[in-house]
Design a binder for this molecule. Structure first.
Ligand code: AMP
Ligand code: MG
Length: 414
């Protein structure tokens, strides 16, 4: 059986990056840059005022104060027409270009405009004061962002400030989601004897969105080989196919056979982890295009944990993200966690601050079907294959599923 690391390495080696596309900036948030962004211009494009005030020649001012004749008023969006010379000043608004001759701006609070057509500058100004220099933020030709960076709001704003209306990103991979099982029905329908509602289609759709893909819900396939094959065929025009259920050793577990019947080359079937030991990974040729197939387990938590360890890294890599894994933090175990070694264990935990340190505590039953403990989880605590698990107070490593636990009801700045 492969370790989680070995399985991840095989999956990443099989990644097919999606093609580049150019999207309007308004749609760029959260996407991954598919090329470096080089500035075509200086930002700001010219020296401009950082304050409402007066553009002056710094050498003209003194500690004792000086009265200067006002040439004109330059608003943002206007360009001054009169050079500033000794004995004169131009009124200037924030963002307006600094007029020729001036080398400093004195903020309005340091002036006195009591006399018509003249202003008193009350103190000494230094050269460059309150002037935002041309190219001071970004110089023309500078590489401001690099391929693989995620487009945060600040980065999208930066690209807009360069005057670029579109940006190159990788196309979002379309991920087909097919659940399997004669017992599985969609929410909204009455529950018959022996039936359960599918949670996997919905949890996985959210996970795909979170990972930057486009989920395509292909419904549910019955537990018979022909029906399964037929449903799978309908999935093959997606970039990635994910099924849930039917990958263990039950009499009705046909997923492996169905994949093979489609001509798929299977890579592995199991990984050394808990929850989520059954995991089928293979590839099928679809008219010259290779489609990866992920057979995730049916148990709702196993299915999600498997997605996080294997499908998410695949999708992030396909998008060009060089950091495809979930972030990890080192925290303290708030209680003793013991279990049988032999597989990597991923334990659903909540993170809170106890005695000044981030501390992990179990969210409840760790059974692979219990979604309640997944719904409460902030992260997955990793217990290595060879370890029995930490004692209370030991250092542990937690994979973060969500940063929501960091947010507070009230903003606090100190
Ligand atoms: P399987 O891997 O098909 O043996 O399924 C394992 C367990 O997961 C069984 O209890 C199934 O009823 C349950 N299960 C399978 N598919 C789903 C689904 N889509 N949503 C919720 N539970 C499921
Ligand atoms: Mg099943």
């Amino acid at each position: 059986m492969l370790t989680v690391g070995e399985a991840q390495a095989r999956i990443l080696a099989a990644v097919i990056e999606t093609p580049r596309e150019h999207v309007p900036l308004a749609e760029a948030f959260g996407r991954v840059l598919a090329e470096d962004v080089q500035s075509p211009r200086d930002v700001p494009p010219w020296d401009n005022s950082a304050m409402d005030g007066y553009a002056v020649v710094a050498a003209d001012t003194s500690d004792d104060g000086v009265s200067l004749r006002i040439n004109e008023t330059i608003g943002a969006g206007e360009v001054g027409s009169v050079p500033v010379t000794a004995g004169t000043a131009s009124a200037i608004m924030t963002g307006a270009p600094v007029p020729e001759g001036a080398d400093a701006v004195v903020m309005v609070e340091w002036t006195d405009a009591a006399r018509e057509g003249a202003v008193t500058i009350k103190g000494r100004a230094s050269v460059g004061q309150h002037v935002r220099p041309q190219g001071g933020d970004v110089a023309s030709g500078e590489v401001v962002l690099v391929e693989g960076q995620v487009l945060t709001p600040g980065r999208v704003g930066l690209i807009a400030s360069l005057g670029m209306p579109t940006v190159a990103v990788r196309r979002k991979p379309v991920v087909a989601i097919l659940s399997t099982g004669d017992e599985v029905i969609a929410p909204g329908q009455p529950l018959g004897p022996g039936q359960i509602y599918s949670s996997n289609n919905f949890a996985l759709a959210g996970l795909v969105l979170e990972a930057g893909g486009v989920p395509r819900d292909m419904g549910n396939a019955p537990d018979d080989l022909d029906g399964l094959i037929e449903h799978l065929r309908a999935c093959l025009d997606a970039d990635v196919v994910m099924t849930t259920g039917g990958v263990s050793v039950g009499i009705y577990d046909f997923v492996k056979e169905a994949y093979e019947a489609l001509g798929a080359e299977m890579d592995f079937w199991k990984v050394k982890m808990k929850p989520g030991k059954p995991l089928a990974f293979g590839r099928v040729d679809q008219g010259g295009r290779t489609v990866p197939l992920f057979g995730l387990p049916g148990n709702p938590v196993s299915c999600m944990v498997n997605f996080y360890q294997f499908v998410r890294p695949y999708l992030r890599t396909a998008l060009g993200d060089p950091t495809p894994y979930l972030p990890m933090v080192d925290v303290i175990a708030g209680e003793t966690f013991k279990s049988r070694p032999g597989r990597l264990r991923l334990i659903r935990v909540q993170l809170t601050i106890e005695d000044g340190a981030w501390t992990a505590r179990s969210t409840g039953s760790q059974s692979s079907g219990v979604l309640m403990s997944m719904a409460r989880a902030h992260g997955l605590m990793c217990v290595a294959e060879g370890s029995e698990g930490p004692d209370a107070g030991d250092a542990v490593r937690v994979q973060l599923l969500d940063s929501g636990f960091l947010s507070g009801a009230v903003a606090r700045y100190h």
